[in-house]
Design a protein around this ligand. Structure first.
Ligand SMILES: Cc1cc2nc3c(=O)[nH]c(=O)nc-3n(C[C@H](O)[C@H](O)[C@H](O)COP(=O)(O)O)c2cc1C
Length: 129
């Protein structure tokens, strides 16, 4: 099983529909057994992807080439014995979301993640509050 964690930023001038990314991702990821979590506030993206090696590679190559975001930096890419996420999910922070409730929701979504994955998500969310 392969697990990739990356961070990226919205391409300046791109009008991104987070809803479209959600629909595309859910359909594709469910079909190939890719699970994980995508955090976004509409400007930054932080995503962990996990699953069979070939499926994760193909998914990530598609994502990396997507012009809607840029400055894709891989923070971690490793073999894992088992999944940390039961499905693929998105945590979309809206400016109107109370920060504490959002933190609590993402913390629940990260319940089975490794300390390093959890720390990376909660660290980014803390600086984006
Ligand atoms: C930040 C970001 C995250 C994405 N995450 C996924 C993903 O997890 N799975 C996926 O299939 N596509 C994801 N996409 C979309 C892909 O880049 C690509 O547009 C899509 O997979 C094309 O699928 P389609 O040909 O079925 O429409 C993401 C795009 C962006 C900008």
């Amino acid at each position: 099983m392969r697990q990739i964690l990356y961070i990226s930023s919205k391409t300046p001038g791109q009008d991104i529909s987070v809803g479209n990314i959600l629909i595309q991702s859910r359909r594709n990821n469910d079909a190939v057994g890719v699970t994980g979590l995508l955090y976004t506030d509409g400007t930054r993206f932080l995503q962990v992807l996990e699953g069979e090696g070939a499926a994760v590679t193909a998914t990530f190559e598609r994502i990396r080439a997507d012009p809607r975001h840029h400055a894709v930096v891989v923070l971690s890419d490793k073999a894992v014995a088992e999944r940390s996420f039961g499905r693929w999910a998105m945590a979309h922070r809206l400016p109107t979301d109370p920060a504490d409730e959002f933190d609590a929701r993402v913390t629940r979504m990260l319940a089975d993640a490794s300390d390093s994955v959890r720390g990376t998500f909660l660290g980014l969310i803390a600086v984006r509050r």
